[in-house]
Design a protein around this ligand. Structure first.
Ligand code: PGA
Length: 254
């Protein structure tokens, strides 16, 4: 059975070892007695905390917020997918709207990163989504199509179950503005159509399509369950272990 996936993107938070340890302690307490047998729960902390998360978390997996496409060499400041794999990381977020915005990541860059992640046998979480202006101009379909096709350009997806596509409308990330369930469902259907055309329906069936943007326990049903998404990518609420696991339970049981 295809499992759902609930991902916490901790972004550039937990700014000291003390803060991180406190977070992990709270998380451990909140996890006790909870079971997520129909889902994978993944935490994506900043790189410097990943090994500690890996050591402390028994009931969740660890992912990265970004990667670099080369394996090793003179690339000051970068972290490669091979390095991530070697410390036990399993998932990598690619093309998050904040990276596209602040670091000018293009679909070509997202594509290179996606290849490096799959080459290391890791799971890419590919983020796509339109801005408010693009939405108003009626361009959702064009944007999503070019982002999905761009990210997967000439990518061999024989391991289709590894791929996660996160639909994150940019105007919903960090804002509390959200689309209605039907709008999310429409984009999910669009993404499935793009994938089906490229890879056929059997492989497409294995690819998980999730929603991200202002997901909380109170919005998880309308944003993730009603549009039949395969899970959620969660920003702010992942900083609050109690709230995060509550929404994860709703999605797991939904
Ligand atoms: P948010 O962020 O949940 O704070 O809206 C989502 C994301 O950036 O993935």
């Amino acid at each position: 059975m295809k499992k759902k996936i609930i991902i916490g993107n901790l972004k550039m938070n937990l700014i000291s070892p003390m803060e991180r340890d406190k977070y992990l302690e709270n998380l451990g307490k909140e996890f006790s007695g909870k079971r997520f047998d129909k889902s994978e729960v993944v935490f994506c902390p900043p790189f410097i905390h990943m090994e500690k998360f890996k050591a402390k978390l028994n009931n969740a997996k660890v992912g990265a917020q970004d990667t670099f496409w080369e394996r090793s060499g003179s690339y000051t400041g970068e972290i490669s997918s091979a390095m991530l794999k070697n410390i036990g990381c399993e998932f990598v977020i690619i093309g998050h709207s904040e990276r596209r915005k602040y670091f000018e990541e293009t679909d070509e860059i997202v594509n290179s990163k996606c290849r490096s992640v799959l080459k290391e046998d890791l799971n890419p979480i590919i983020c796509v989504g339109e801005s408010a202006e693009e939405r108003e101009a009626g361009k959702i379909k064009d944007i999503i199509t070019s982002q999905v096709e761009g990210a997967l350009n000439e990518v061999d997806i024989s391991n289709a179950e590894k791929i996660v596509i996160a639909y994150e409308p940019i105007w919903s990330v960090g804002t509390d503005s959200v689309p209605i369930s039907d709008e999310i469902l429409e984009v999910k259907i669009l993404i499935k159509k793009i994938l089906s055309k490229k890879y056929g329906s059997d492989l497409t069936e294995k690819i998980r399509v999730i929603y991200g943007g202002s997901v909380k326990a109170s919005t998880a049903k309308e944003l993730c369950i009603d549009p039949e998404m395969d899970g959620a990518l969660v920003g702010r609420e992942s900083l609050n272990p109690k709230e995060f696991l509550e929404l994860a339970e709703i999605i797991n049981n939904g």
